[in-house]
Design a protein around this ligand. Structure first.
Ligand code: PLP
Length: 428
């Protein structure tokens, strides 16, 4: 394992970690994407495992001054092979449901490395988390009261706070604003303190997660200052968890979170803080997108090229059933025609085959598209497969992991049996 970690970070090999056009063929880890489509069929999700591990490593480098713990937010990509890959390289897990936690435990992740941060779940799910020995984060006063009554000081918990900072790319993915359902409002801290006193609750961590796609280091620093101000009231802390919201590039010109800058500045103020606090604390972050977004590609095949008087549609063998982010969040995912690199560029609108308006990319300049061509949809690693469905009774695609230059199937394509599995025929 040590060797595979080291060769990754030789600068000349960094190009290895993205899709490259070599001798007229698009390759990933020196494997032609067309050959993957041939072997596994389309549509298919392809993940570059070495890119994922290099993203993890870049976080460790950025925060090298601090005892950093990276908890992979597995809702972004919950395939157990990916969970295993990240955890074997030193990450823990952020699980938002007890099932995510159980998936992680099934591949040998230690229970204490699983941070359980559910929202609005029944208290029985939190009890299950305690029984499994997870690190539990509570995000409402009702759960905190029940937790105190049941466990007193016998099991520690973290508290998820809402700092009331409006941050992130758009309202739907921002979770820290004042109307957000997430976290306990910092204005309700007196209630938190009352419950802690009453039940002798041991709070071992403070947690915030303000949402997705924050590019400004200053936003994180501002949140940090708010947390540090509050933390002195909690004497038993072991960690402070800054959540995530780290932005990656979806377009080449996108602003992204400068992790190096953030690591330096947040790291510095964190250190100053724990010296004041009186003991060293762990700095936790919970990236999802940052670790896996750019490592993923959705490979699709063109079924139909359909010129109309206004636009030329390219209809592919996928759609919102496999990648819903463009329709749900207006997310931009770059699309490349990997079958015709030399073709004349034209403007197309790429759509799916679902009976629904499922535009994967509008007005895109692509090398001439012909029926049968393969397209690669980029940034498909995060919230791609995990948000996929069987809508229109179509199969969810297979998932393929490329690791050290070898392709492995890590989830099979659905079959008709999968669609029938839990259905019970009524007696009529
Ligand atoms: C979704 C989520 C994350 C990860 O967010 P990204 O934008 O994918 O990095 C982290 N923490 C919690 C609690 C989450 O719900």
């Amino acid at each position: 394992m040590a060797d595979s970690k080291n060769w990754l970070f030789v600068p000349s090999l960094l190009n290895f970690l993205k899709m490259e056009l070599t001798n007229g063929k698009y390759e990933l880890q020196n494997i032609a994407l067309a050959s993957l489509a041939h072997e596994f069929g389309t549509p298919a999700y392809v993940y570059d495992g070495n890119k994922i591990v290099s993203q993890l490593q870049s976080l460790k480098n950025a925060f090298s001054e601090n005892p950093l713990k990276v908890k992979f937010a597995m809702k972004a990509l919950s395939n157990i092979s990916i969970v295993k890959l990240l955890c074997e390289h030193g990450a823990g897990i952020d699980a938002v449901s007890i099932n995510e936690a159980k998936l992680a435990l099934s591949v040998g992740v230690k229970n204490t490395d699983v941070n359980f941060t559910p929202n609005c779940v029944d208290f029985s799910e939190i009890v299950e988390g305690v029984e499994l020995g997870l690190s539990v984060n509570l995000d409402n006063l009702s759960a905190l009261e029940k937790f105190g009554k049941k466990y007193g000081n016998s099991y520690p918990c973290g508290i998820r706070l809402n700092p009331h900072i409006m941050a992130g790319g758009n309202y739907k993915i921002s979770t820290g604003h004042s109307n957000s359902k997430f976290g306990i409002s910092i204005y309700q801290l007196p209630d938190v303190m009352r419950l802690i006193d009453q039940y002798k609750i041991v709070v071992n961590g403070l947690h915030i997660h303000t949402g997705s796609e924050i590019t400004e280091t200053d936003v994180f620093l501002k949140m940090a200052e708010i947390l540090f101000g509050i933390a002195s009231d909690f004497p038993s802390l072991k960690f402070i968890d800054f959540g995530s919201g780290f932005k990656v590039a979806y377009r080449t010109e996108d602003h992204v979170t400068n992790m190096y800058d953030l690591g330096l500045k947040l790291g510095k103020s964190f250190k100053e803080f724990y010296h004041r606090y009186g003991k060293q604390l762990e700095l936790w972050i919970e990236p999802g997108k940052y670790l896996v977004s750019e490592a993923g590609y959705l490979l699709v095949r063109v079924n139909v090229v359909k010129p109309t008087p206004s636009v030329t549609f390219v209809g592919v063998d996928s759609g919102l059933n496999h990648l819903i982010r463009p329709m749900m969040y207006d997310a931009y995912h770059e699309i490349v025609n990997i079958s015709n690199p030399g073709g004349t560029q034209k403007i197309y609108t790429v759509v799916g085959n679902i009976c629904e308006t499922d535009t994967l990319g509008a007005d895109r300049k692509l090398n001439e598209v012909r029926e049968g061509d393969l397209l690669a949809i980029k940034n498909a690693g995060a919230y791609g497969y995990t948000m996929a469905s069987n809508y229109n009774s179509r199969f969810r695609p297979p998932e393929i992991l490329l690791w050290n230059g070898r392709a492995q199937l890590i989830r099979k394509r659905d079959t008709l049996d999968d669609l029938l599995r839990n259905q019970v025929i009524a007696e009529i």
